[in-house]
Design a protein around this ligand. Structure first.
Ligand code: NAP
Length: 354
């Protein structure tokens, strides 16, 4: 059902959380989608959104959302397209129930990312993986579908590695410096993180290692063959509010020069750019010249948080190339990524929403 502006009605599961609030903010100004149904846990059900969610982004919650009554996450009630910012423990049951009831669930949660019939999508890197939806619906008998976006640290690495596949990536060592907003709210206790670095984020290293292989993988005979590279991840939580910074060392079959790497990154454009999707950054990867950039405080908001910035591309004495990359974890790594996924679904009419 569309409103009179022609926008498609959409729902948000987990609308009250850190990522849910980013969805509410992004969709309030979206030219194609209108968030007309907000849902969360029993704790929030029946309350006005302004009471249920303590707004933690700048300014105030958009007026339409603030006055909406938060619903239970009950399948069949909301619009056909729902974004999910659910806690993974809830997503494991709620998302398939929605897909079974005919909803298209565009999810941030980890629960289904690595299932062989579920697209783990970055529209610039692997739009062809959407073909998995046909198999998913056939095998699971769903009228709807689940499409996922990567973990917030994976997406930064995969955006950089995608354009470099042409040089034959064989091995990657990635070390992350991850913002506290990546842990949701209230997240990491302040006494643990202020003036400190925590050298472990539970489950995160495994996600980066396996998800990048799937995202860069090729589609053959209705299945994704993971990219044949080894990935070793070190993950660290640092006292930054927004923006995951990552250093990568990359080993290739070829030996591309730093200038060849820079050219490949800067010239890279994907399907969202060709289709001029509303959330697509005009240039997905921007390389900075200053040798102390990117920095989260200065660079995280590039292209409304959808751009990835790269700096310090140089030779590596162990592998071939090393560099630094930065992306916004709750936008490019979560809500913005899911909105871009939904724009691709709508634009290519892979799924009709009305
Ligand atoms: P969060 O702030 O803790 O929010 C969780 C949301 O899920 C809230 O709206 C909460 O509703 C709802 N919820 C929890 N249990 C529920 C249940 N049993 N039934 C229905 N709703 C329930 O978490 P977040 O940081 O926004 O993360 C949301 C998801 O996105 C997670 O799966 C996370 O791993 C993923 N993600 C997060 C980031 C990031 O940077 N933060 C990046 C990528 C992916 P109430 O308010 O009513 O409790």
């Amino acid at each position: 059902m569309n409103d009179r502006t022609g926008r498609i009605d959409v729902g948000i599961l987990g609308a009250t959380g850190t990522v849910g609030q980013q969805f509410v903010r992004l969709l309030a100004a979206h030219p194609w989608f209108r968030a007309s149904w907000l849902a969360a846990s029993e704790r929030s059900e029946g309350k006005r959104y302004s009471e249920a969610a303590t707004w933690r982004l700048g300014g105030q919650a958009p007026a339409d959302a603030a006055g909406a009554v938060v619903q239970a996450c009950q399948p069949g009630r909301g619009p056909r397209l729902v974004f999910s910012a659910l806690d993974a423990s809830a997503a494991a049951d709620v998302e398939p129930a929605f897909a079974k009831a005919g909803h298209v669930v565009v999810s941030n949660a980890r629960s289904f990312r690595m299932q062989p019939d579920v697209p783990l999508l970055i529209p610039e890197i692997n739009p062809e993986h959407l073909a998995l939806i046909t198999r998913q619906r056939r095998e699971r008998g769903w009228a709807g579908a689940i499409v996922t976006n990567p973990n917030c640290a994976t997406v930064v690495a995969a955006m950089v590695l995608g354009p470099l596949r042409t040089f034959g990536i064989r091995s990657v060592i990635v070390t992350t410096m991850q913002a506290v907003s990546g842990a949701g709210y209230p997240g990491v206790p302040s006494l643990d993180i202020v003036s400190n670095v925590i050298p472990r984020i539970s489950g995160e290293e495994e996600k980066i290692e396996s998800e990048t292989q799937k995202i860069l993988g090729s589609m053959t005979d209705g299945a994704v063959t993971p990219h044949a590279m080894v990935v070793s991840a070190h993950t660290n939580r640092v006292p930054v509010i927004d923006g995951h910074t990552e250093t990568l060392s990359i080993g290739f079959d070829e030996r591309p020069s730093p200038s060849a790497i820079r050219k490949a990154l800067e010239e890279f454009r994907g399907r969202p750019q060709t289709l001029s999707l509303p959330s697509a950054p005009p240039q997905p990867i921007v390389c900075l010249d200053a040798d102390d950039r990117p920095q989260p405080r200065l660079d995280v908001d590039l292209d409304h948080g959808m751009g990835v910035t790269v700096g310090r591309i140089r030779n590596c004495p162990v592998l071939h190339t090393k560099l630094v990359a930065l992306g916004h974890n709750t936008i490019r790594g979560a809500a913005g990524a899911a909105v871009l996924n939904a724009e691709l679904l709508a634009s290519e009419r892979i799924i009709e929403f009305d």
